[in-house]
Design a protein around this ligand. Structure first.
Ligand code: 5AD
Ligand code: SF4
Length: 434
C-alpha cells in the first residue's frame, strides 16, 4: 500500500508537469513517503531529514514533503524536530499534495493529517513502475485490531471502493497495455462490507469482484493481497478456481502457529482452521502456491509456542514466507503487553524459522524441475543478456535470453534454488507469445 502511495505521489507530480530528478541536491521537490508497519521508520526519517538540511540550505527553492504513516502519526513532532520540512501530508490527504505544495511557497509549513479519506486512492493518477503490471486499491483501511499492527491507527477504517470504479480503473489499465493487476486491501475478504450495491441492500462480494476483474479484456493475470484467514469464505475459492485469469498463488498470512499467540494477537482464527482453509484451497486449485507472513517473538511467545509455529510451517509447506521479528509499534496494544521477548531469543528463533523455510522453499522449488510454466517477462539484466520472469504461481524464473518486459512465454524449469528458478524457453506455437 505504501509503494502504491508512492506511485500516486509520483503520478500527481508528473501530472503537474514535473519530471524525475537525477540528483537530490538539484531537485525542487523531495518526498519522503514513510511506512511505519514494521521498522523504526522514525529513525530513518529523521536521519534522512538531517541529511537534507544542508542540501536544502544550499538550494533554498527545494520543498521537502513528508508523507505516509509517520506523517499521519507524528504530526507536530516532525515540525518540531525538522522545521525545514515544508509539507506534512498524512495518509488520507494525499490528493491535496499539490495544493499544499503551492501554498507552502508563500505561507510556510503546510500540514494536512485529516482523519478521513475523501478521494479513493486509485482514483488519482499513478506513475507505475511497470507498464504491464499494476496495483489496484480496492479497500483502503482496516476494521480489524490485531494487537501488533499500526495499520488501523494510520489508515483508519476500511473504505471499500465501488465495484464499477474498480472495474473502470482496471479497464483503463488494460487499455494502456497492463496485463496483470494485483487487488490491494488489508483484508480483501471483507471487501464490500461497508458499502452496498447501488439499488440493492446487498453488499458487493470479493468473489464477484474477482470474477469481474478476471473477465476484463486484456487482463491475463489477477492477484490479490491479502486475504484474512478469519474472514475467508468458500465462494472465494470457487471464484479463484473458475476464473482463468486468477493466478494459482495465494498469500495467506498466518502470523503464528500457536493458538495462544493468535489469541493474544487478536487474530480470531486458530491454527486448525487456518490449515483447514489451506487444504480446501489446495484441493480446489491444483498446483496452487501458498505464501505467508509470520511474526516471531510476539510478547509472551514461549519456546513451546514457537515450536508450534515451526510445526505448522513444516506441515503447511509454503512456497515462501515473509518472516518478521516482532517490533513494538508505538500506540498498538501489544507494545505495552507483558512478556516482551528478549532480542537475542527473538533472533535465535527467527534464524531457526528462516532456516526451516529455506529448506522447504528449496525442496518445493526442486519439485518444479521438468515442469513447463507460463511466464510473464519482468525485465532483464542491464546488458540485455537474460530475462527475469514470473510464473503464475509467483516464482521468479531466470531465462538466458533477452526478452521484452510484458511479454508472455513458456519456460521449462531446468534448475531450482530457494528463491528463483532457471528456465529454458519452450518454442511451441501454442500458448506462447502475447
Ligand atoms: N512487528 C512485526 N511484524 C509486523 N507485521 C505487522 N506489524 C508488525 C509488527 N509490529 C507484519 C505482519 C503483517 C505484515 C504486513 O507485516 O506479518 O502480515
Ligand atoms: Fe493489521 Fe490485522 Fe488489519 Fe492486517 S488485518 S492490516 S495485520 S490490523
Amino acid at each position: 500500500m505504501n509503494e502504491h502511495d508512492s506511485e500516486r505521489i509520483a503520478g500527481l507530480l508528473l501530472a503537474d508537469g514535473m519530471t524525475p530528478a537525477e540528483d537530490i541536491a538539484a531537485s525542487r521537490v523531495v518526498v519522503l513517503n514513510t511506512c511505519a508497519i514494521r521498522e523504526n521508520a522514525d529513525n530513518k526519517l529523521y536521519g534522512n531529514l538531517g541529511h537534507l538540511k544542508p542540501v536544502k540550505a544550499a538550494n533554498p527553492q527545494m520543498r521537502i514533503v513528508v508523507s505516509g504513516c509517520l506523517a499521519q502519526k507524528d504530526k507536530g513532532e516532525i515540525q518540531r524536530r525538522a522545521p525545514w520540512v515544508d509539507v506534512v501530508v498524512g495518509t488520507h490527504a494525499l490528493p491535496h499534495l499539490l495544493e499544499l505544495l503551492a501554498r507552502s511557497e508563500t505561507e510556510g509549513l503546510q500540514m494536512d493529517v485529516r482523519e478521513q479519506t475523501e478521494t479513493f486512492p486509485s482514483a488519482l493518477p499513478a506513475a507505475r513502475d511497470d507498464a504491464f503490471r499494476a496495483w489496484v486499491s480496492i479497500a483502503p483501511g482496516c476494521d480489524n485490531a490485531c494487537t501488533f499492527c499500526i495499520v488501523p491507527l494510520v489508515r483508519g477504517p476500511q473504505r471499500s471502493r465501488a465495484v464499477d470504479d474498480i472495474l473502470a480503473e482496471v479497464r483503463g489499465l488494460a487499455a494502456r497495455g497492463v496485463v496483470e493487476v494485483t487487488l490491494l486491501g488489508q483484508n480483501v475478504n471483507t471487501y464490500g462490507r461497508d458499502v452496498t450495491v447501488p439499488g440493492s441492500p446487498r453488499s458487493p462480494l470479493f468473489a464477484d469482484l474477482l470474477r469481474r476483474v478476471g473477465a476484463v479484456d486484456g487482463i491475463r493475470r489477477v492477484r490479490f493481497t491479502s486475504p484474512h484467514p478469519h474472514d475467508f469464505t468458500p465462494d472465494v475459492i470457487e471464484a479463484m478456481a473458475d476464473t482463468p485469469a486468477v493466478c494459482e498463488h495465494i498469500h495467506f498470512p498466518m502470523q503464528s502457529g500457536s493458538d495462544d499467540v493468535l489469541r493474544r494477537m487478536q487474530r480470531s482464527y486458530r491454527r486448525d482452521r487456518y490449515m483447514g482453509w489451506l487444504e480446501r484451497i489446495r484441493a480446489a486449485i491444483p498446483g496452487i502456491a501458498a505464501s505467508t507472513d509470520i511474526i516471531v517473538g510476539f510478547p509472551g511467545e514461549t519456546e513451546r509456542d514457537f515450536e508450534q509455529t515451526l510445526e505448522v510451517v513444516e506441515a503447511a509447506r509454503f512456497d515462501s514466507a515473509y518472516m518478521f521479528q516482532y517490533s513494538p509499534r508505538p500506540g498498538t496494544r501489544a507494545a505495552s503487553f507483558d512478556g516482551q521477548v528478549h532480542k537475542e531469543v527473538v533472533q535465535a528463533r527467527f534464524d531457526r524459522l528462516v532456516a526451516l523455510q529455506e529448506r522447504i522453499s528449496t525442496e518445493e522449488a526442486a519439485a518444479l524441475v521438468g515442469e513447463t510454466h507460463e511466464v510473464l517477462v519482468e525485465g532483464g539484466d542491464k546488458k540485455g543478456r537474460s530475462t527475469q520472469s514470473r510464473t503464475r504461481t509467483n516464482r521468479i524464473v531466470h531465462i538466458a535470453e533477452a526478452m521484452e518486459p510484458g511479454r508472455f512465454a513458456r519456460a521449462r524449469i531446468v534448475a531450482a534454488a530457494a528463491h528463483h528458478l532457471t528456465g529454458e524457453l519452450v518454442r511451441d506455437p501454442v500458448g506462447a507469445g502475447t
